[in-house]
Design a protein around this ligand. Structure first.
Ligand SMILES: Nc1nc2c(c(=O)[nH]1)N[C@H]1C(S)=C(S)[C@@H](COP(=O)(O)OP(=O)(O)OC[C@H]3O[C@@H](n4cnc5c(=O)[nH]c(N)nc54)[C@H](O)[C@@H]3O)O[C@H]1N2
Ligand SMILES: Nc1nc2c(c(=O)[nH]1)N[C@H]1C(S)=C(S)[C@@H](COP(=O)(O)OP(=O)(O)OC[C@H]3O[C@@H](n4cnc5c(=O)[nH]c(N)nc54)[C@H](O)[C@@H]3O)O[C@H]1N2
Ligand SMILES: [Mo]
Length: 676
């Protein structure tokens, strides 16, 4: 048997953007193995089990291999494939075209709602040909706020989304605060970076309501109550000013709004912050002192803390800390949040369509938009790059919307997810190894561009092909439309601000390039190589268009539901992706004292409930132990992972964050009781 090695890269929703070598059978092109390679030095040859076992998804029994059309009503669990008949692509797309044209004529095209997120997609399969279709059709505009919206609003307001320190530079740090990030599950290569930094003598501080594996090896672990980070960060800012530890020179030269920030922080003296966060005043004082004294000192900002009513304010206050303390300008100092803006990819002219002024729908409130009594009727939903039944807030409302037999729902998917049970038309989609992709990492500052490593199985088609075909069938094609992935990628790269060096590297290094200057072999540094992308290139500590920033919204307190529910990443899943291969029910993790108070023992069957609904599963004492008063049921679970088919999302309210209109997954408050 001959073997052929192909280059690829992982676009899954993870900061690490691993470069891959895919070994295929030279005769039939079938997959032999997927390995990490060295082109991206952060991958350094190692990848996670999810992608090493890519064959499990590619050949899953749940894999969709042909289009299907609903033949009888019965939307809901078990409907697929029971209520469906196999169809040709022609018949399936004909039906979609007819229904869309009819809706456009009767309700108006704004009644058609695209439902996509695309965290696990690069630029070629999300927001490109699909976006061209929705704009030209005049479909509802989707606000893709499901993740990083509060974080993004804060990073935009303060810094114009300036990328922070390169993650690999953290090995030079003396103090690293890992704040609301769990790399063991969410981006494993940072675990080795932390270990290397510790070996070199760095102090690691973890701020997380759970004692995660990195918290166990850290010098300091602070476990605040979920959603209280804004107060902790403001208290640290206050301590810096109160002790005259602020970097006055940096504040004057590189920031605006320091006085406003200082005033907002003023009420949060350590004792007040301790009462609010559940930490001790001594620990808060100690952390401020450590951050002041250490250099280089850096904050690795995760996403756990943005998912609440104060999410943008929390992110903003944390991003302000290194500016106040003057921690920039040294390698391994400052902060690292999302690195996704390292490459300035520009898609507008490849999309080639104007944004219509149709109604907008916030993905985080899809349930409300689909409700029968909604202000504007939604007549059709086209789901792709998203698994709304598993991942959106207020699951009960989302399901109620999708159950409507008068809603025409198209689902384009790789595998039969819970959402497929609510479809009218099912379209089989390609896996990332089966389509070309162009993707910038949001942790590792790498840009990957590659062709398909494998042939698509059955009749699976790539997103650009499907949306291109729909554009043609709907009569929306225009001369000069780019449709081939290679042409689209070339156009996007031509329009981007990649340097000549990066362009050369991209072709020479087999489809991967970095934000590094090769000659220097050193990553660009904030306030040395680049500056905030605000109008005056300064940090806007109190952005003019965010006047209510740092106003602390109170706890979503409810005596009947005293436990805070958080739903962090599961190590075996990527959001809900790979749910098909996770077996058994997933337990709720609880603190021993909370178990005891309810007469519960590990392994008991329980009902987790609030006013929105209930989840039935078991309880356990988890090794990533949550603090007292906080319970954990991971995100991304499928209906098969609990006894009653509901997941944490059933318990999550659909109110939005302070800025960015993001979901507030961590504002869920619940009670737990034993079932016999
Ligand atoms: N294996 C795997 N990897 C993933 C994902 C996955 O689902 N599985 N998801 C990907 C995606 S979409 C994203 S956005 C990233 C997310 O990556 P992370 O930032 O790691 O996101 P989470 O797992 O949601 O939360 C991280 C940590 O924050 C803690 N946390 C929760 N609430 C709070 C809070 O209020 N304050 C503080 N300080 N900490 C809190 C949680 O206990 C958790 O340990 O990971 C990506 N990588
Ligand atoms: N309870 C709770 N829920 C959460 C969160 C939380 O903290 N708590 N966090 C949220 C976060 S951080 C995120 S990012 C979201 C993610 O929410 P989603 O985007 O809904 O989650 P994914 O599992 O990434 O779903 C992507 C789906 O797209 C499919 N897909 C992948 N590639 C393609 C393609 O090329 N074409 C087509 N047609 N389909 C494709 C995959 O098979 C997968 O089923 O979930 C959010 N949900
Ligand atoms: Mo995410």
């Amino acid at each position: 048997m001959s073997q052929v090695q192909k280059r690829s890269a992982c676009p899954l929703d993870c900061p690490d953007a691993c470069t891959l070598t895919v070994t295929v059978d030279g005769d039939d092109g079938s997959l032999i193995k997927v390995e990490g390679d060295e082109r991206n030095p952060m991958t350094a040859g190692a990848i996670c089990g999810k992608v090493r076992r890519a064959a499990d998804r590619i050949h899953a029994k749940e894999r969709l291999l042909q289009p299907w059309i609903r033949s009888q009503p019965g939307k809901g669990p078990g409907s697929f494939p029971r209520d469906f008949k196999p169809a040709t692509w022609d018949a399936a797309l004909k039906l979609v075209t007819e229904r869309f044209l009819h809706i456009a004529k009767t309700d108006g095209a704004g009644a058609i709602v695209p439902v996509s997120y695309g965290g696990s997609n690069g630029t070629l399969t999300e927001g490109l040909v699909d976006e061209r279709l929705w704009r030209r059709l005049g479909a509802a505009r989707l606000e893709r706020t499901l993740c990083a919206a509060p974080n993004g609003a804060a990073a935009q307001g303060l810094l114009g989304k300036m990328p922070g320190a390169d993650l690999r530079d953290h090995i030079h740090s003396d103090l690293i605060i890992v704040w609301g990030f769990n790399p063991r599950a969410s981006g494993m290569h940072y675990v080795s970076i932390l270990a290397e930094a510790q070996r070199r003598g760095a102090t690691v501080v973890v701020i997380d309501p759970r004692k995660t594996s990195i918290a166990k090896t850290a010098a300091v672990h602070l476990a605040p109550r979920p959603g209280t980070d804004v107060v902790l960060a403001l208290a640290l800012v206050r301590e810096l000013f109160a002790n005259d530890w602020q970097d006055t020179d940096f504040l004057q030269r590189h920031t605006t709004g320091a006085d406003t920030l200082r005033a907002a922080a003023e009420p949060w003296f350590p004792e007040a912050a301790a009462a609010h966060t559940g930490l001790s005043a001594a620990d808060i004082r100690d952390l401020a002192r450590r951050f002041h004294e250490a250099s280089p000192a850096v904050i690795r900002l995760g996403w756990g803390l943005e998912r609440c009513r104060n999410g943008a304010s929390a992110t903003a206050a944390i991003l302000a800390i290194p500016a106040v303390a003057g921690k920039f300008g040294v390698r391994g100092g400052g902060f690292t949040a999302s690195m996704s803006r390292s490459f300035g990819l520009e898609t507008e002219s490849a999309i080639a369509a104007h944004k219509p002024s149709t109604r907008s729908v916030n993905l985080s409130q899809l349930g409300a938009a689909l409700a029968p009594g909604a202000d504007v009727r939604t007549a059709a939903a086209f789901v792709y790059n998203c698994n709304p039944v598993a991942t959106l807030p207020d699951q009960v409302a989302v399901i109620a919307g999708l159950e409507r037999e008068d809603l025409f729902t198209v689902v384009s998917e790789q595998v039969a997810t819970d959402t497929v049970d609510y479809a009218d038309v099912v379209l089989p989609a390609t896996h990332f190894l089966e389509h070309p992709e162009l993707d910038a990492g949001y942790g590792a500052a790498y840009l990957n561009s590659n062709g398909a490593a494998l042939q698509a199985p059955g009749e699976a088609r790539t997103n650009p092909v499907v949306f291109g075909e729909l554009i043609a069938r709907l009569g929306l094609s225009q001369d000069g439309d780019l449709v081939e992935p290679e042409d689209l990628a070339a156009k996007i790269l031509a329009d981007s601000d990649l340097s000549t060096m990066q362009r050369e590297q991209l072709s020479a290094k087999g489809g991967t390039t970095t934000a590094f200057e090769l000659e220097k072999n050193a990553a660009p540094m904030p306030f040395v190589d680049h500056f905030p992308r605000t109008v005056d290139q300064k940090v806007h500590l109190a952005p003019a268009d965010m006047p209510a920033l740092y106003h602390v919204r109170p706890e979503p307190e409810d005596e009947a539901f005293p436990l805070a529910l958080i739903s962090p990443a599961h190590i075996r899943l990527t959001s809900s992706t790979f749910g098909e291969s996770l077996e058994g029910h997933v337990p709720l993790a609880m603190h021993p004292v909370d178990l005891q108070a309810r007469g519960l023992e590990s392994g008991d069957r329980v009902r987790i409930f609030n006013a929105l609904g209930e989840v039935v599963t078991t309880v356990a004492i988890d090794r990533d132990a949550p603090r007292q008063g906080t319970v954990v049921l991971p995100k991304g679970l499928w209906s098969r992972h609990t006894e009653n088919g509901r997941t944490s999302n059933t318990l999550i309210p659909d109110h939005l964050s302070d800025f960015g209109d993001g979901p507030c997954f961590n504002d869920a408050r619940v009670e737990v009781e034993r079932l016999s």
